[in-house]
Design a protein around this ligand. Structure first.
Ligand code: SAM
Length: 294
């Protein structure tokens, strides 16, 4: 370990010093598990492979452990933190990194488009890199994807189990509407598994760093995205039910079972299959057909 990393915000001694200097107490309700493992932090930043002209949006900087490492690699770092108590701490710990801007707010409520317009250049590649608060992982990732921000990639620490759901293939129990939404917008890959000992306080679950490379265009043609996602949601409505029974309840009147079954047969989808066995391509085909016929 060199001198610099001994003094880094994330080193266990410096983290302890900062926390006691400010009398900071962790709020479980805000998912506050801070990273104190230099090696893991370095690997997150490596996975993002940032260039010095690029921008980074960090969600939840905490006391600035990851922010500092991002500031050393990227051209501009904007970090959104919900906890007012962390703002004076961040002003102190990040004072030597003028390229960092900290914004106080709830990432789920802020207009990210405005943040992008104000802080990043028009053609600047922007990555989201963060150790996400676990209680809101899925809403945050879905907001980033659905708002169609001009993002290059999302490299985030999340619960291992959620990472498995995001990368799951059809057929398994992890595969669901989250897998489909993420894979529709991105190419996901698990970059590293992180043991709970890398954090203070330690979370109750293991974690993973996932990289979501945002696609230029989805891998399937969908006529109406909102309808496509409704079909997907409905198909997983009750996992033990067949695809026909789930769709029947949501899109058809009583007595239309035959119509639905004939549509499914025309697409070579057996009505007794379950939602978790259909591929992204099959969902696209199904939603485009239902959209035309209903
Ligand atoms: N980046 C730091 C690290 O790696 O040590 C802290 C990560 S900690 C897992 C999550 C951070 O997200 C906390 O600082 C927490 O206060 C913040 N946070 C929680 N909910 C948030 C929200 N809705 N919007 C913005 N920040 C949030």
């Amino acid at each position: 370990m060199n001198n610099q990393s001994l003094k880094d915000i994330s080193s266990p001694t410096r983290t302890k010093e900062i926390i006691s200097k400010y009398g900071f107490t962790f709020k479980k309700s805000l998912g506050q598990n801070f990273l104190v493992d230099q090696n893991i932090l370095a690997r997150i930043v490596d996975a993002a492979n940032l260039r010095e002209d690029e921008g980074v949006l960090e969600i939840g900087p905490g006391i600035g452990a990851l922010t500092e490492k991002l500031a050393r690699e990227a051209g501009r770092v904007v970090a959104v933190e919900i906890d007012q108590r962390l703002l004076p701490i961040l002003r102190d710990t990040l004072s030597v990194y003028p390229k960092v801007t900290v914004i106080h707010g709830d990432v789920l409520k802020l207009s990210l488009k405005e943040i992008f317009d104000q802080h990043f250049a028009k053609d600047q590649p922007v990555s989201v890199v963060a150790n996400l608060p676990y209680y809101v992982t899925t809403p945050i990732v879905m907001k980033l994807l659905e708002e169609k921000l001009p993002l290059k990639q999302i490299v985030v620490m999340i619960q291992k189990e959620v990472a498995e759901r995001m990368t799951a293939s059809p057929g398994g129990k992890e595969y669901g509407s989250l897998s489909i939404a993420v894979q529709y917008y991105c190419e996901p890959s698990v970059e590293l598994i992180v043991p709970r000992q890398a954090f203070v306080p330690q979370p109750n679950v293991d974690s993973a760093v996932i990289k979501l490379k945002v696609r230029e265009k989805p891998p399937v043609d969908v006529d109406d995205e909102a309808f496509f996602f409704k079909v997907v949601q409905a198909s997983f409505g009750q996992r033990r039910k067949t695809i026909a029974n789930n769709l029947l309840g949501s899109f058809f009147q009583k007595g239309q079972r035959e119509l639905l079954e004939s549509i499914l047969h025309s697409l070579s989808i057996d009505p007794t299959r379950r939602g978790e066995t259909l591929s992204l391509e099959e969902y696209a085909l199904l939603s485009n057909t239902l959209h035309k016929r209903l």
